[in-house]
Design a protein around this ligand. Structure first.
Ligand code: 4AD
Ligand code: MG
Length: 454
């Protein structure tokens, strides 16, 4: 069996071979303490001069940070170590001696770290965050599969907008072999016509929703998971220009049931993190009480109207039909001890596809799920307009191109059903679960308004 640091308990007392890197080093004359990592975790390697050959000790002494090494030694229990184990080193093979490592000597600013993201990913905190992100993705897949949802992949190149036209990223649909392209055959809606040599622009997907709506008529319950793109003008801690979203959609599910589906999913995801990542949460110094509350479910539901009243009581200036900005969401989300839903927003501030509330035609059957602890929106969802005429009227009101949405309108023509769904922003979820200050640490390579490298 191959040794893994995270399974050290299985190797207690045994001689193992660790293939990894030197994370840190400290010497005290006759002993060298190595912080070693192998991808699965961190362990201290102890090199005692009197117990290894002269060459091994010389090698141990010259190891630089991030040098790749193959280390042999005996794993033993050590109560004082954070992981409970350490390794008594017998042999060291240097795979590649690292040049002087730029990270770690002193405090670095965010810009420096982001410019070195390809290396920063190795740091303990960043390592812990990505492990948790992985658990979250797996938990979402597991839970939805258990609930009978089928994964349907939505396209990234799309001819139409899902979430408003102001944040679209146009891409010229202009391959290098354009000479072979028969322009006449390219289907072009109004939005696609351009002066781009007669070739269309397509848009990077803002959400797979509209496409997975089509798939519910084949499979009942479906979800997607993929990168989504929004040309966000604002430089906030909550917005990326490229982020990962999971959309879920189900036939014969109404607004109230939709809220329950979301609550169950988020409870499951957070329970999974508590089950698999206590070590990582400890590294991040994450207070787990708010997560334990989340795992219990029972999320409060308040209306948009009630949220406005609460904000006014907190001396926030807000109109009856306004959307909530980051500050308002932060204030509201400090008033609860677990995530909570805000439902029934004014129609005019929401997307064209949301179904009208039959009790108040000026509002829609939507909900946002806000994480507590000041984090704000993590999910946006709604019941969808399933009536052909009403949907067409909404498309026109929003000045969207009818021709581009013909296929979407078809879904209301051939066996339309009440249906609902939602989209969960992975980075928002990771940021809150890990209690990070900014979304940029939640994704391996963040893309923001002014940054798209490395
Ligand atoms: O609320 P949004 O805009 O909803 C939709 O896109 C729907 N089509 C989803 C659906 O019903 N299937 O976005 C969904 C979530 C937000 O709640 C937020 O978590 C995240 O996506 N999100 C962003 N995350 C990072 N950066 C951005 N710029 C984001 N914009 C939205
Ligand atoms: Mg939203």
């Amino acid at each position: 069996m191959e040794y893994r640091i995270d399974q050290s308990e299985k190797f207690n007392g045994k001689e193992v071979v660790l293939k990894g890197w030197v994370y840190n080093k400290r010497s005290s004359g006759s002993i060298v303490f190595l912080q070693l990592r192998d991808g699965t975790g961190f362990i201290q390697g102890v090199v005692v001069k009197s117990e290894v050959s002269e060459n091994v000790f010389i090698d141990a002494d010259k190891l630089t940070l991030e040098t790749s090494v193959i280390v042999s030694g005996v794993v033993k229990e050590e109560k004082r170590s954070p992981t409970g184990y350490e390794m008594m080193v017998k042999d060291i093979q240097i795979v590649s001696l690292s040049a002087e490592y730029p990270i770690g000597k002193k405090e670095h600013g965010p810009d420096f770290l982001l410019s070195h993201r390809h290396l920063w990913l190795r740091s303990k905190r960043q390592w812990a965050i990505q492990r948790i992100r992985n658990t979250i993705i797996n938990a979402m897949f597991t839970h939805l599969n258990n609930e009978g949802y089928i994964k349907i992949d939505a396209p990234i190149f799309t001819p139409n907008a899902c979430e408003g036209t102001t944040t679209l990223y146009p891409v010229p649909y202009l391959p290098a072999w354009k000479e072979e392209f028969d322009k006449e055959k390219i289907s072009m809606g109004k939005y696609n016509i351009s002066d781009n040599d007669g070739f269309p622009f397509v848009y990077l997907s803002q959400s797979g929703q509209l496409y997975i709506e089509a798939a519910i008529f084949a499979h009942g319950k479906v979800f997607d998971f993929g990168p989504t793109f929004r040309a966000e003008k604002s430089k906030t801690r909550r917005h990326l220009t490229e982020f990962w979203m999971m959309d879920a959609e189900a036939a014969y599910v109404d607004h109230t049931e939709n809220i329950k589906v979301q609550e169950k999913l988020v409870s499951f995801v957070v329970s999974s993190v508590l089950k698999h990542n206590l070590n990582e949460l400890t590294m991040l110094e994450r207070d787990i009480k708010p997560l334990e509350n989340t795992a219990l479910g029972n999320y409060p539901v308040i209306t948009h109207k009630e949220a406005v009243v609460r904000l006014k009581k907190s001396n926030i200036i807000i109109g009856e039909r306004d959307d909530f900005g980051a500050e308002a969401e932060t204030i509201l989300s400090k008033q609860f001890d677990r995530p909570f839903f805000i439902e029934k927003y004014p129609k005019e501030i929401k997307a064209f596809y949301m179904k009208e509330d039959s009790k108040d035609s000026t509002r829609v059957l939507n909900s946002d799920l806000l994480a507590h602890e000041g984090y704000g929106e993590i999910i946006g969802g709604s019941q969808r307009e399933d009536d052909y005429k009403k949907l067409l009227a909404r498309i026109r009101e929003h000045h969207l191109n009818e021709q581009d949405f013909q296929w979407y309108l078809d879904l209301r023509k051939y066996g339309s059903v009440p249906h609902s769904g939602f989209g969960i922003g992975l980075e928002r979820l990771v940021t809150w679960i890990c209690k990070l200050d900014h979304l940029r640490e939640s994704i391996p390579f963040p893309r923001m308004m002014e940054r798209f490298n490395p």
